[in-house]
Design a protein around this ligand. Structure first.
Ligand SMILES: [Zn+2]
Length: 193
């Protein structure tokens, strides 16, 4: 298969971007579409908004935003505000930044959080050294220039993980005192607290 040689001086596609002429130094904003607009607007107002199926026999809360219910197929939904509380369901700990925008952040944890509302969402968990599967977390909001990111902070760690006594010691009391030592974002529901 013959391929015409590129003219002298030509650069392959993407060469300018890869050369580092325009380094990525900021986090790319999310792509907002019709289905997810309410979710991003909610985060901007420091509220975690989710869809709940309106089928009376379903009523499940879902994420990510989508036009139909993945459980029953119903198309009706209402917007509900989450408490933002849940537990870490799974997580990855990032040690190597994949762009300059994250170079100062490593290591950090990105987790799937199972909310008390009954669905799972994705966000960073802080502090990363206390995050572990099963850790109790609550949402907070990290503002970027023109958009807001959902994040979580650990409110009750897992025994054996940094800062939490092993289960054989008085771990329950330890975890409880650590939980109460952190600010509780009960005012995230629009009270401005
Ligand atoms: Zn449903």
């Amino acid at each position: 298969m013959a391929t015409a040689a590129p003219p002298p001086g030509a650069q392959p596609p993407g060469a300018a971007r890869l050369s580092g002429a325009t380094p990525v130094t900021r986090v790319t904003p999310p792509v907002v579409d019709e289905d997810s607009a309410f979710y991003w607007a909610g985060l901007r107002a420091h509220r975690l908004l989710l869809q709940r199926c309106e089928d009376v026999e379903c009523r499940r809360v879902r994420f990510p935003p989508m036009p139909g219910c993945p459980w029953c197929g119903g198309v009706g939904s209402s917007i509900v505000e989450s408490s933002g509380r849940g537990v870490v369901y799974s997580q990855v700990r990032v040690h190597r930044a994949f762009s300059d925008a994250f170079a100062a952040d490593v290591p950090y944890v990105v987790a799937t959080v199972e909310l008390d509302d009954g669905c799972r969402v994705v966000g960073r968990v802080e502090p990363e050294e206390r995050s572990a599967i099963g850790a109790a977390v609550e949402a907070f909001h990290h503002d970027h220039g023109e958009w807001t990111e959902l994040r979580f902070r650990v409110v009750a760690g897992v025994a054996g993980v940094a800062g939490v006594a092993p289960a054989s010691a008085a771990s329950a009391a330890s975890a409880a005192s650590q939980a109460s030592a952190e600010p509780v974002g009960a005012g995230d529901g629009g009270t401005g607290a």
